[in-house]
Design a protein around this ligand. Structure first.
Ligand code: FES
Length: 572
């Protein structure tokens, strides 16, 4: 197979001419023949003025290039789509698959023997891993790294668990608008990703544990010198992979590494969004992703990492406590130790090199966990035949077993219009239900699942209620929130026919979510639902049309059906 500059020549029908022409143009950049004969490491550049989570990408690219050159290969950076959570309408998840397609096709179209994919904000590392799995080109993931913590009036703050907590205080009338304005300047004090165990940190930790990034690459703060050294080492590592042609993603994304990802996800108090991303990554690699296996792992593996929103600390503290390698050491009894990594070693090798940090209290030992079960439980029942998830580590213990009256919102817009009305008929013991916010319903499954506590209850001091939806929730959020109900309402899941006043039972210990309505009545309602006209006009053009036609449900990772490894979907 061809390599370096000879890879993937344009189809002029004359190979020698195609290579000649390629050299003519690239020499315009001043490259020598020696440089152009080297193996090539592509560097996926996701810098954007709209993306502060990637604000250090230009600097990291320089460090990666240094590592590639030191190892005797040629670095070539190329741009891809960049997605930031707060700058992506209607929601970043709508664009994840577009980014995965862009990255995959750029990896295929341009000559490169290995890739360093630099990314961080929530959807980026998942999209890049999906792309790498499909292109099956040796790839090192390099997270941009978490922000450092902020400080306000003697309190340590971080995006965005504290954004949500303080916003709830503002809604409850306990903080005024002027103070909120001051606080907005303290929550994100540096470039980098959210510094709690949100989706970005979760995916970085999980993908490091899968061997797709170098040890400590998930946790080094974005502005720390460690981050730059890891970038240089990632460049070196990718150069070696370019020379050897391995390991390729299909050697790293395996049943064993997906199992290890589940173990780490449960132990870090990770984001529920990771369940969707892991299903999509596994789907690209042709590896089974079993929600019930994730639940079984969660019954055995406790939460060990004491980082917000499940715990008290922040990502930089996890880094200084030994990072993912030190965590893997604690989790050794649950891991498949022969799973490989980009550095040609195994998880067992990573564990052997883990740093011991005396007196650290961020990574607990198995005998004294933060929570005795894992972060995420998978629920089933007549309301979620294909499953739903709850981040039980961030839920209120007294609400984990609860039966209440359903109060239903048909859409995010309706919820926003009603939830703060003074005459809204709602009580603290009710179950708030949001539907038509799933992969097809909204579309893109926005992070609307942690519905705000209705204003009149927030002002009365209520901080949590049972809330359920077919939407997602930010990994930085907390509360008794059931998410990803599958099938979603928009495709006729039972959630579509819940009525205000119905009783709903949640029992996390029993892993049950049920609508306490007679099955024949549910069937009657579903038959009637099928006769109703569609809620919205079908989309007629562009990416939105592709999305509407091809997006899969949450249990299949919300990927497009034609992007799965075999290009087909059994259940969509
Ligand atoms: Fe980018 Fe939180 S907004 S990681």
């Amino acid at each position: 197979m061809s390599s370096g500059l000879r890879k993937g020549l344009p189809g002029y029908g004359d190979v020698a001419f195609s290579l000649f022409l390629r050299k003519v143009f690239i020499k315009a950049m001043g490259y020598s023949d020696d440089a152009l004969e080297r193996p090539i490491v592509g560097i996926a550049n996701t810098a954007s003025d709209y993306n502060p989570c990637h604000g250090n990408v230009p600097e990291l690219m320089e460090c990666v290039k240094r590592g590639v050159l030191l190892a005797g290969a040629l670095p070539m950076a190329f741009p891809t789509i960049s997605i930031h959570e707060s700058f992506a309408h209607p929601t970043s998840m709508f664009l994840r698959n577009l980014m995965a397609m862009d990255t995959e096709e750029m990896m295929r179209a341009q000559p490169m023997d290995a890739v360093v994919a630099i990314g961080g904000c929530d959807k980026t590392l998942p999209a890049q891993t999906m792309a790498a799995a499909s292109a099956n080109l040796p790839t090192v993931l390099l997270p941009t790294g978490p922000m450092v913590v902020g400080h306000y009036r003697g309190e340590v703050l971080g995006a965005c668990t504290d954004c949500r907590r303080l916003w709830s205080e503002f809604r409850g009338g306990r903080i005024d608008a002027a103070e909120m304005e001051r606080i907005s300047g303290r929550l994100a004090p540096s470039v980098g990703t959210c510094m709690v165990m949100g989706t970005a940190s979760t995916m970085a930790c999980v993908l490091e544990a899968m061997g797709l990034g170098l040890p400590m690459s998930a946790t080094a703060p974005a502005v720390h010198a460690d981050r730059k050294r890891i970038a240089e080492a990632s460049g070196r590592c990718a150069a070696e992979m370019a020379k050897r042609g391995s390991p390729r993603p299909d050697e790293l994304i395996t049943a064993d590494s997906v199992h290890n990802a589940m173990v780490v996800l449960q132990a870090i108090g990770g984001s529920t969004n990771a369940v969707i991303h892991l299903a999509a990554i596994a789907g690209r690699a042709g590896v089974e992703f079993d929600l019930d296996a994730l639940d079984r792992v969660g019954r055995e593996v406790p939460v060990l990492v004491d980082v917000k929103p499940s715990g008290a600390h922040y990502m930089e503290h996890l880094h200084h406590a030994g990072g993912v390698p030190a965590l893997l050491k604690q989790l050794k009894p649950f891991l498949r130790l022969s799973a490989r990594n980009v550095a040609r070693g195994t998880i067992d090798d990573t564990i052997a090199q883990a740093e011991e940090v005396p007196g650290q209290n961020v990574i607990r030992i198995l005998a004294a966990p933060l929570k005795k079960e894992g972060a995420i439980a998978v629920l089933r029942g007549n309301l979620a035949p294909r499953g739903a998830v709850i981040k039980q580590s961030a839920a209120s213990p007294e609400l984990k077993r609860h039966t209440g009256r359903a109060v239903v919102f048909d859409s995010i817009e309706e919820m926003a219009a009603r939830i703060d009305a003074a005459d809204f008929d709602v009580r603290a013991e009710d179950v708030l239900v949001l539907r038509n916010a799933g992969p097809r319903g909204e579309p893109g499954m926005p992070e609307a699942g942690s519905l705000p506590i209705p204003m009149k209850l927030a002002r009365a001091g209520i901080k949590d209620m049972v809330r359920l939806s077919d939407a997602r929730m930010s990994g930085t959020a907390f509360g008794t929130v059931v998410l990803h109900i599958t099938p979603e309402a928009a495709v006729g899941g039972p959630l579509a026919v819940v009525e205000t006043g119905d009783r709903i039972r949640l029992d996390v210990e029993a892993r049950a979510l049920d609508l306490l309505v007679d099955e024949t009545e549910i069937k009657r309602r579903l038959d009637a639902w099928k006769q109703k006209p569609a809620r919205r006009e079908p989309v007629r053009r562009g990416y939105a049309k592709l999305f509407e036609q091809c997006v899969l449900q949450a249990d299949q990772g919300c990927d497009f059906d034609f992007l799965l490894r075999d290009g087909r979907s059994a259940q969509s």
